[in-house]
Design a protein around this ligand. Structure first.
Ligand code: ADP
Ligand code: F6P
Length: 324
C-alpha cells in the first residue's frame, strides 16, 4: 500500500540532453499547481543516496527553459545498481519526505526507477536522451536538438569539403542506435550512412557508391558513421588509401549533447513533464511517459522496459537512393 503522495522529487540521470531543463520546469510548475511540495534531487541517483536535494518553488525554475544541460546536474551511479545502494536511496527518500519520484533519463535510469518502485517509492520515468533509443517512445527529449546541432556542423564541413574536393568522414553519437546518423545523413545529403543496425561492408557501403557518384562527376563526399562501428580516423585513412581521395575525419562528440533546445524539444519536454505529474496526481505510477502516434501516452514501467523498436528500413532506402 503506497502512502498518499504529498511531496514529489525530480532527478535527471544518465547522459544529459537539451530540453531536460524545460522538463524539470514543467514538472515543478505542474506539481506546485496541483498542490505538491517539490524537491529537486541533484546528480541523479548519486544525489538521492547522498541526500543532495533542495526544495523547489516556481522561481527555482525561472529562466531555464532555453538552457541546455540540466540545472539538477546528472550522473551515472554504480552504487545504485546494488541492493544496498537502492535501499540507501529508499531510506533517504523516507528521511527527506519524498513520497514519489519523477526520473528523466534513459532505459538504465528507468531500471533504477523500477527498482525503487518495487521497494515502495512510486516512480514515473520520462525519456531523456539524445539517442532516441527508448523502445516505448517514438521520441526522446534532446533528440531533435542533437540532430539539428549535427546538421549545423556538417553543413559547415560540407563547405570546406567541397572547396578541396575532399571526403569527410563524420562520426555522430547514438549509443547502439542509428537514429541520429540516419536522419542527419538524409538531412545533410550524405553519400553514405553507416548504422549499427546494418553490418558494415566497406566495398558495398563506401567503394561502390563512391565510384558510382564519381562517374557522374561528384568530387566531394560526406560519410556519416554512427559511433562504435569503425573509428572515423581509421575509416578516413582506409578511404584515402583505397580511393586516392584526400579524406579527413571529424568526431562531433559531446557538442551534440549541448546547446539551447529546439522548439520541438521544449514543447515535448514540457508536455511530458506535465503528463508525468498529472499521472501521480491521479494515483497512477510506476509508468514511463512516451510518445506513440505523435501523442503523449504512458506505459507500465515493466512493459516499457520489455519493448523493442527498430529503425525504419524505408528511411534507409531513402538515404541510399538519393545519396548518389
Ligand atoms: P541511461 O539512463 O541514459 O540509459 P545509464 O544506463 O548510464 O543511462 O543509467 C543511468 C543510471 O541508472 C546508472 O548510473 C545507474 O545509477 C542506474 N541504473 C542503470 N541500470 C540499472 C539497473 N539495472 N538497476 C538499477 N539502476 C540502474
Ligand atoms: O546516451 C547519450 C550519449 O551521448 C551516447 O550517444 C554516447 O554513446 C554516450 O552518451 C556518451 O557518454 P559519456 O557522456 O559517458 O561520454
Amino acid at each position: 500500500m503506497v502512502k498518499e503522495i504529498k511531496t514529489i522529487g525530480v532527478l535527471t540521470s544518465g547522459g544529459d540532453a537539451p530540453g531536460m531543463n524545460a522538463c524539470v520546469r514543467a514538472i515543478v510548475r505542474t506539481g506546485i499547481a496541483k498542490g505538491f511540495r517539490m524537491i529537486g534531487v541533484q546528480r541523479g541517483y548519486n544525489g538521492l543516496i547522498n541526500g543532495e536535494c533542495y526544495e523547489m518553488n516556481l522561481r527555482s525554475v525561472s529562466n531555464i527553459i532555453h538552457r541546455g544541460g540540466t540545472v539538477l546536474y546528472t550522473a551515472r551511479c554504480l552504487e545504485f545498481k546494488t541492493e544496498e545502494g537502492q535501499q540507501k536511496a529508499v531510506d533517504r527518500c523516507k528521511e527527506l519526505g519524498i513520497d514519489a519520484l519523477v526520473v528523466i533519463g534513459g532505459d538504465g535510469s528507468f531500471m533504477g526507477a523500477r527498482a525503487l518502485s518495487n521497494k515502495g517509492i512510486p516512480c514515473v520515468g520520462i525519456p531523456g536522451t539524445i539517442d532516441n533509443d527508448i523502445a516505448c517512445s517514438e521520441y526522446t527529449i534532446g533528440y531533435d536538438t542533437a540532430m539539428n546541432t549535427a546538421v549545423e556542423m556538417i553543413d559547415k564541413l560540407r563547405d570546406t569539403t567541397q572547396s578541396h574536393d575532399r571526403c569527410s568522414v563524420v562520426e555522430v553519437m547514438g549509443h547502439h542506435a542509428g537514429y541520429i546518423a540516419l536522419n542527419v545523413g538524409i538531412a545533410t545529403g550524405a553519400m553514405a550512412v553507416l548504422l549499427p543496425e546494418r553490418p558494415f561492408d566497406f566495398e558495398r557501403d563506401i567503394l561502390v557508391p563512391m565510384n558510382k557518384t564519381q562517374l557522374s562527376g561528384k568530387k566531394h563526399f560526406i560519410i556519416i558513421v554512427s559511433e562504435g562501428i569503425v573509428p572515423a580516423q581509421e575509416l578516413a585513412r582506409k578511404i584515402q588509401t583505397r580511393t586516392g581521395v584526400d579524406t579527413r575525419a571529424t568526431v562531433l562528440g559531446h557538442v551534440q549533447r549541448g546547446g539551447s533546445p529546439t522548439l520541438r524539444d521544449r514543447v515535448m519536454a514540457s508536455t511530458m513533464g506535465y503528463h508525468a505529474v498529472d499521472l501521480l496526481s491521479i494515483g497512477i505510477y510506476n509508468r514511463v511517459v512516451a510518445v506513440t502516434g505523435g501523442k503523449v501516452v504512458d506505459y507500465d514501467i515493466n512493459v516499457a522496459l520489455g519493448m523493442h523498436k527498430t529503425i525504419d528500413s524505408s528511411m534507409i532506402d531513402v538515404a541510399n537512393t538519393i545519396s548518389i
